[in-house]
Design a protein around this ligand. Structure first.
Ligand code: SF4
Ligand code: SF4
Length: 113
């Protein structure tokens, strides 16, 4: 997207980065999160969840800006994001493996698999 003008303090603004967590078996495949993500980083997974729907998957985890829009718009509370520092995002896989909540709900640790 190209803007015709930018804020005067654009150089000072730090863009946050996020990690998206998807609780696959809560998803009903409505696609709202995919359609309305401002960075277009989500898409439907080819696989089915336990309800028989295609949950979203993350296409490019580096582009998430942790805006929480997917989280706000999801009717099933099946997706959320958390802020991550650059340092942490480098060791993203390690973080995913430590996420006990996701492991408990999805039966697996890394939400982007
Ligand atoms: S937090 Fe924002 S940028 Fe990240 S996946 Fe959700 S809607 Fe997209
Ligand atoms: S908005 Fe929620 S229920 Fe709809 S596809 Fe996304 S994760 Fe699934």
């Amino acid at each position: 997207m190209e803007f015709w003008r930018v804020p005067l303090d654009v150089d000072e603004i730090q863009i946050t980065r996020g990690i998206v967590y998807i609780i696959e078996n809560r998803c009903k495949g409505c696609g709202y999160c995919i359609q309305f993500c401002p960075r277009q980083i989500l898409e439907f997974s080819p696989k089915f969840n336990q309800k028989g729907y295609h949950p979203p998957v993350v296409k490019n985890s580096d582009d998430c800006v942790n805006c929480h829009y997917c989280e706000i718009i999801c009717p099933e509370f099946a997706i959320y994001s958390v802020e991550v520092s650059d340092e942490l995002s480098d060791s993203y896989n390690e973080i995913g493996d430590d996420n006990e909540f996701n492991e408990e709900v999805n039966g697996k640790s890394n939400p982007h698999r």
